[in-house]
Design a protein around this ligand. Structure first.
Ligand code: HEC
Length: 150
């Protein structure tokens, strides 16, 4: 085997292992996805706080708007508490849902299946414990697995 080939193989190995062991953070990985895929309907300019959305749900749905999620503090509201498991239920591709259907926000993760899967994988690693459970069902152990690093 030529030296160059060997060097390339070693280099590839280092790249792959550094990516897979890299810690997923909101600032580095999640925010860029959110800003390109979700912000149009969940951004500060147009989307209300969750409870304001709930109070006038019909009005916001008629405008095609969701609730505000465009900061770290807003987004984690939808992981562990109080809207426990919401991100996971909505973004799941159907592998963990009861009816086997993808959550209704999964389609926004990308324009191709490959892109959606790639971004879902990043969200899964960021959350840490991909549980779809609600507050009433979740255990302390489940909660301990939720990472959501800033
Ligand atoms: C085209 C507009 C649109 C885009 C793009 C969009 N959403 Fe939504 N989203 C909505 C609307 C409207 C709702 C409220 C209706 C519903 O619950 O389905 C919603 C609801 C949600 C909820 C449920 C919150 C709750 O009530 O528990 C989550 C979580 C969510 N979106 C996450 C995302 C994420 C993450 C992305 C990007 C990958 C995204 N959405 C992209 C429009 C959008």
């Amino acid at each position: 085997m030529g030296k160059t080939v060997l060097a390339v193989i070693i280099f590839m190995f280092l790249v792959v292992s550094s990516v897979s062991s890299e810690e997923i953070t909101y600032r580095k990985h999640i925010k860029p996805i959110f800003d390109s895929k979700c912000i149009a309907c969940h951004g500060a300019n147009s989307a209300p706080e969750y409870y304001a959305f709930k109070e006038e749900q019909d009005k916001w749905l008629a405008k095609g708007q969701g609730m505000r999620m465009d900061t770290y503090s807003h987004l984690i509201f939808y992981t562990a508490w109080p809207d426990t498991g919401s991100i996971m239920r909505r973004l799941d591709d159907g592998k963990n849902t009861k009816d086997g259907k993808p959550g209704n926000m999964y389609k926004y993760l990308g324009s191709t299946e490959e892109e959606r899967q790639r971004n879902l994988e990043i969200f899964k690693k960021w959350v840490g414990n991909w549980t779809l459970k609600r507050w009433a069902e979740i255990t302390k152990e489940d909660m301990n697995g939720i990472k959501v690093k800033y």
